[in-house]
Design a protein around this ligand. Structure first.
Ligand code: PMV
Length: 317
């Protein structure tokens, strides 16, 4: 049995749409922060021979994700492989817009490759994880990560590590329940029905360039402006899909207001929101306490998690 750990990552320049659904190839590049304190640990044990795979999530048998796990193991080991028992534990709510699938598939490919003695490099593991969940490719890498894509494949790199720019992420959890519509289906609907989708895809490269330069120059203000803009554009694409996709609730909006209030006082913080109602506030280390205090006391916030930037997926022990 082999155990691996991966942390979720939070995209600042988002992946929202696929250029090839069959290969799960993203429409555009993206840029993200790999977290430190939130984690998923995955153990993989192979039987002697073929059979049905089994998946346990936080101790409970889970069939809803089993197909994706089996597909991922088939791509890694070939379909004639022995049956696997996969057990996953996380220290944060899953399926609620906190990038749990990113942490799950990054740790799964890492554990399964080690269990079968395959010495794949990080890039290969990132491609295998990305075939299961687009954002998972980024969780193989530490710190601030950029994913590039062309018609053939993705390429992932870490553009700064935690020591080089120790950003902090404060997550305001407004609802722990599992989302009703998964991101894969939501992306397909957005691409098929939102009149804003093509404009979103067209402007992505420009946003990536601004964000990449902001990271390289450690320019927080520039990173804040482009990240909030990119997040609001992604949600505008969702809102204008038919039927509309709205992941926010009242507390999501209240948290955005709270971040705006802090910004008025010159606090270096900005928000980003993924396919769920939680708000992630990215800030400089010296103001983390103020951001935690502000979001904890915002109406509708159930709890707040705080994290620095962390390492890529790795085998434990
Ligand atoms: O990797 P998926 O299929 O869970 O999609 C991730 C989508 C967002 O989290 C909303 C954006 C992103 O780039 O992570």
């Amino acid at each position: 049995m082999t155990v691996a750990q991966a942390q979720p990552n939070i995209a600042l320049i988002k992946y929202w749409g696929k250029r090839d659904s069959g290969r799960n190839l993203p429409a555009t590049g993206s840029l993200s922060l790999t977290l430190e304190s939130l984690w998923t640990r995955m153990s993989v044990r192979f039987a002697e021979g073929p059979g049905e795979d089994r998946l346990y999530v936080d101790g409970i048998n889970n069939d809803s994700m089993l197909g994706r796990v089996t597909g991922c193991l088939d791509r890694l080991c070939g379909a004639a492989r022995p049956a696997a028992t996969v057990e996953s534990t996380s220290n944060f709510p899953i399926g609620a817009g906190l990038a749990s699938s990113a942490a799950a598939f990054a740790s799964l490919v890492t554990a399964a490759a080690a269990a079968t003695g395959q010495a794949h490099d990080r890039q290969t593991l990132a491609r295998l994880a990305g075939a299961a969940s687009g954002s998972a490719a980024r969780s193989l890498y530490p710190g601030i990560v950029e994913l590039k894509v062309d018609d053939r494949e993705i390429g992932v790199t870490s553009i700064a590590n935690a020591d080089e720019w120790p950003l902090r992420v404060v997550v305001a959890i407004t609802d722990e329940s599992t989302k009703r519509l998964g991101s894969g289906e939501a992306m397909l609907r957005s691409a098929a029905t939102s009149p804003f989708y093509s404009a979103w895809v067209e402007r992505q490269e420009a946003d990536l360039e601004v964000a990449r330069n902001a990271v390289l120059k450690r320019n927080f203000e520039q990173l804040a402006a482009v990240s909030e803009h990119n997040c609001l554009k992604m949600h505008s694409v969702m809102w204008t899909a038919r039927p509309a996709i709205v992941y926010w609730n009242q507390a999501t909006l209240a948290c955005m207001e709270a971040v705006r209030d802090l910004q008025k006082y010159g606090v270096p913080v900005f928000f980003t929101i993924d396919a769920g109602p939680q708000v992630k506030a990215v800030c400089l280390a010296e103001v983390e306490g103020r951001v935690i205090e502000m979001l904890s006391s915002t109406a509708g916030v159930r709890r707040v998690l705080a994290s620095g930037l962390g390492e890529g997926a790795r085998v434990l022990g």
